[in-house]
Design a protein around this ligand. Structure first.
Ligand code: ZN
Ligand code: ZN
Length: 167
């Protein structure tokens, strides 16, 4: 989403309302593509304080993530508060984004970064999710399997000690 700020860039103490939605199908993350089930919706303001432009608002969308235990898709709603600064003059501050010569701000990369930063660390389809059998892959929410489910396996115990020594 490109926002043209030419109307406010020369006028100090003016605020512009922003409200729009943008369809983004996928976001590339370090662990692969993430599907967006709803458009990214943003509502907020952009204000000129005479030196920099302040963007403030709320972004919301719905992602398709996968259960950490059973890998089932989980619809995950996100609501993120956005606060960013922009300037058309080069300011030696890392967190200030530059406004291009056409007085335009591209919000899409900012929104994508915000979404990536706010992906929950843990995703479970249900707090009661039993996950997959570590041996045969059976989804234990859907049925049981014949594998030995003993937690203690002497072979793994040996491996654990080996890893500890090599650390
Ligand atoms: Zn699950
Ligand atoms: Zn099994």
């Amino acid at each position: 989403m490109i926002v043209n700020v030419s109307k406010i860039i020369k006028i100090p103490d003016i605020t512009m309302e922003l409200s729009f939605e943008e369809k983004i199908d996928f976001i590339e993350s370090s662990s692969g593509k993430i599907k967006l089930l709803k458009p990214v919706y943003f509502t907020g303001t952009i204000a000129n304080d005479g030196k920099v432009l302040y963007l403030k608002g709320n972004l919301s969308t719905v992602l398709e993530l996968y259960c950490d235990r059973c890998t089932k898709p989980v619809e995950t709603s996100l609501s993120i508060n956005i606060e960013e600064k922009f300037s058309s003059e080069p300011i030696d501050e890392e967190e200030i984004h530059e406004i291009n010569s056409g007085s335009e701000i591209d919000l899409t990369p900012i929104f994508i970064d915000a979404i990536l930063l706010n992906i929950p660390m843990k995703i479970v389809c249900d707090t009661q999710c039993k996950g997959l059998c570590s041996q045969c892959g059976q989804n234990l929410n859907e049925g049981t399997c014949d594998c030995n489910q003993n937690e203690y396996d002497p072979r793994f115990a040996v491996l654990k000690t080996l890893f500890k020594d090599s650390e």
